[in-house]
Design a protein around this ligand. Structure first.
Ligand SMILES: NC(=O)c1ccc[n+]([C@@H]2O[C@H](COP(=O)([O-])OP(=O)(O)OC[C@H]3O[C@@H](n4cnc5c(N)ncnc54)[C@H](OP(=O)(O)O)[C@@H]3O)[C@@H](O)[C@H]2O)c1
Length: 300
């Protein structure tokens, strides 16, 4: 797939000329930032989207320093009901249209579902389920009309199995995998690609943000670097793959998760995912669970 800088500008039906850009949600750190670096290396101008403006600016400056592409940053909470309008306004201001969309931003939740703060669960669904769905619905008509471009959705191996103690997060990734594979089939004939990526455990701040660092999966399962997941994601997208499971171990896990009966798998997942918070800190963690999002809450 061409870098966006190699593609011609587009004239819309209203006569406005726009240039292509890759939009990366959660592009300020972790896997999103690593994907942004790779897309920039391939000649794509970038719009990085996340909540914290300072982290975004740092990420954008780091990418600019290594690549001769334009990197813009938009501080935006994607759980906002007007996030599409705000994104569109920024794209219009920049004179751009999304040629590539990377749906990467997500939050987790660790602990008993029945003890979770309802607002935190709403935020998880708004970010992990509603935002990627709305963004895809928003950008796909333009991509289909231009007969090009595509979407990379970052899901998780967790999308292949129910995950007790991370129940809402695992369910959100199951939705994303199902939606992605279905949309990939719908838009293939229009020359548009949809690739869903299902990484296993990756070494980012994601786990600490949901206070899951003491869970056995963090100790027992191998982790990948964000850079390696990004390479799998971008290469898989370039090859037109609909599903990418990065690495041999994760591929074996994905097959096992798909073939094994849930009656066997779910208790194992419960053992791996239990956050194992110390009993004497139970009250503190109740408070943390009730605190609307652990450290993932950024109020504006
Ligand atoms: N880490 C893993 O082990 C792992 C494994 C499998 C799949 N994944 C998936 O990979 C993706 C990236 O994970 P990661 O580990 O790189 O996470 P991360 O390091 O925690 O980064 C999350 C990114 O999302 C942004 N974000 C969070 N809430 C947002 C909101 N409401 N609106 C806009 N942006 C928001 C964050 O920036 P701000 O906080 O500034 O908004 C940050 O840029 C996620 O979809 C995750 O589910 C991760």
């Amino acid at each position: 797939m061409n870098g966006a800088s190699e593609l011609p500008a587009e004239r819309s039906s209203t006569g406005v000329t726009t240039r292509p850009i890759a939009v990366v949600t959660g592009g300020s750190e972790g896997i999103g930032l690593a994907i942004a670096h790779l897309l920039a290396e391939r000649g794509n101008d970038l719009l990085l989207v996340a909540r914290r403006a300072d982290a975004l600016e740092q990420a954008a400056a780091a990418i600019r320093s290594e690549n001769s592409v334009e990197v813009m940053a938009l501080a935006l909470d994607l759980t906002r009901s007007d996030s599409l309008e705000l994104l569109d306004a920024e794209l219009a201001r920049l004179g751009r249209h999304p040629h590539i969309l990377v749906n990467n931003a997500a939050i987790g939740h660790s602990g008993h579902f029945s003890e979770a703060n309802p607002a935190q669960l709403d935020r998880l669904v708004a970010l992990n389920v509603m935002a990627p769905g709305r963004l895809m619905r928003h950008v796909l008509p333009g991509m289909r009309a231009r007969r090009g471009g595509g979407i990379i959705n970052i899901a998780s191996l967790g999308g292949y199995v129910p995950g007790p103690y991370q129940a809402a997060y695992y369910a959100s990734k199951a939705y994303l995998i199902s939606l992605s594979e279905a949309l990939a089939a719908e838009v293939k004939a229009d020359g548009v690609r949809v690739t869903v990526v299902a990484p296993g455990s990756v070494e980012t701040r994601f786990h600490a943000k949901m206070a899951a660092e003491r869970a056995f999966y963090r100790i027992l399962l191998p982790t990948s670097s964000a850079a390696s997941i990004a390479r799998w994601a971008v290469r898989g997208f370039e090859l037109g793959l609909r599903t990418v499971v990065p690495g041999f171990f994760n591929l074996v896990c994905a097959v096992a998760l798909r073939l094994s009966p849930h009656v066997v798998l779910v208790p194992i997942m419960a053992w791996l995912l239990n956050p194992r918070r110390p009993a004497d800190r139970g009250a503190e963690h109740h408070a943390r669970d009730a605190s609307a999002g652990d450290v993932d809450r950024v109020d504006r």
